[in-house]
Design a protein around this ligand. Structure first.
Ligand code: RTP
Ligand code: MG
Length: 140
């Protein structure tokens, strides 16, 4: 299996509860390496641009409001089959449907405040990484 990269966000509900370390430990224990990381407070414009694919969804406005409600930690993760590995440890979008031992089952507050984001394909991972990081900020 090839070593690839994915993009992760530790969302405001998790930073608010001081879970940055606990979430990162679960990512690391799943075989992912943090090769870039920074804490930011997204602007409304940044959030709307990042979630542009969801523009027509009914939850778009609320989602952008939530994602700008507090600091987030954006990360680049590296590992074998990183996108799938990360999605597996994240668990289902709705924590009620998430498997035991996943980040969302363990920490999420609800379907929106679900503690983490993870890219859903290699193509989107590359786009999302470039949205927040300069190449020199990533140290593999
Ligand atoms: P993500 O993009 O954050 O990794 O999560 P995902 O693929 O599992 O979920 P997606 O369908 O892409 O939705 C993006 C984020 O929008 C919020 N959401 N709210 N109120 C709702 O029904 C609803 N559905 C989704 C969640 O924060 C979700 O992670
Ligand atoms: Mg998604």
């Amino acid at each position: 299996m090839a070593v690839t990269r994915t993009f992760s966000i530790i969302k405001p509900d998790a930073t608010r509860r001081n879970l940055t370390g606990a979430v990162t430990k679960m990512l690391e224990d799943a075989g992912l390496r943090v090769v870039a990381s920074k804490r930011i407070h997204m602007t409304k414009e940044q959030a709307e641009g990042f979630y542009a694919v969801h523009k027509e969804r009914p939850f778009f406005g609320e989602l952008c409001e939530f994602m700008t409600s507090g600091p987030v930690v954006v990360q680049v993760l590296e590992g074998e089959d990183a996108v799938k590995r990360n999605r597996d440890i994240m668990g289902a979008t709705n924590p009620a449907d998430a498997a035991e031992g996943t980040i969302r089952k363990t920490f999420a507050e609800g379907i929106e405040a679900n503690s983490v984001h993870g890219s859903d394909s290699d193509e989107n991972a590359a786009i999302e990484i470039a949205y927040f990081f300069k190449p020199e900020e990533i140290v593999g």
